[in-house]
Design a protein. Structure first.
Length: 144
């Protein structure tokens, strides 16, 4: 295994809550290959503490049906690739990293189960992006 890529944290404080619609409009004109993920809601009525907008992943990993490798090996190798240099307290719980999904059908890679389903959707069984650019907003402190 190669040495992890050292990642340095850069924090910029903002004092005005961005509106979800204006954030998405700004992203709309970006390269169509860029992915973004909105976790939470940037509106004032959202009851949670934090909202996050992550965009333009540095890297993506995907696993599709019947690839000749173990999907969990792919994910494990990806997670070993980056290392955050700072160890001090972070201003929010999530400052970047892997965001993605594991499809329900990955259960057949964990247990021996019958596979009588027609796999006609063509959606990847696993897709993660390493997001190193994240806008985090603390709704209680009203700052990001």
């Amino acid at each position: 295994m190669n040495q992890p890529i050292a990642t340095t944290l850069v924090i910029e404080t903002i004092s005005q809550s961005p509106e979800t619609s204006s954030l998405l409009q700004k992203l709309q004109g970006q390269d169509e290959q860029d992915e973004y993920v909105l976790l939470g809601d940037f509106s004032d009525s959202y009851p949670g503490r934090y909202s996050y907008l992550a965009f333009a992943p540095e890297e993506t990993v995907t696993y599709s049906q019947n690839q000749p490798v173990d999907p969990f090996d792919i994910l494990n190798n990806a997670c070993q690739k980056y290392k955050l240099e700072q160890t001090e307290l972070l201003p929010v719980p999530f400052i970047g990293g892997w965001i993605g999904y594991l499809a329900y059908d990955l259960n057949r890679y964990i247990e021996k189960l019958p596979d009588s389903v027609d796999h006609d959707i063509g959606m990847a069984l696993m897709h993660f992006g390493f997001y190193d650019t994240v806008l985090a907003w603390d709704h209680h402190e009203q700052k990001g």
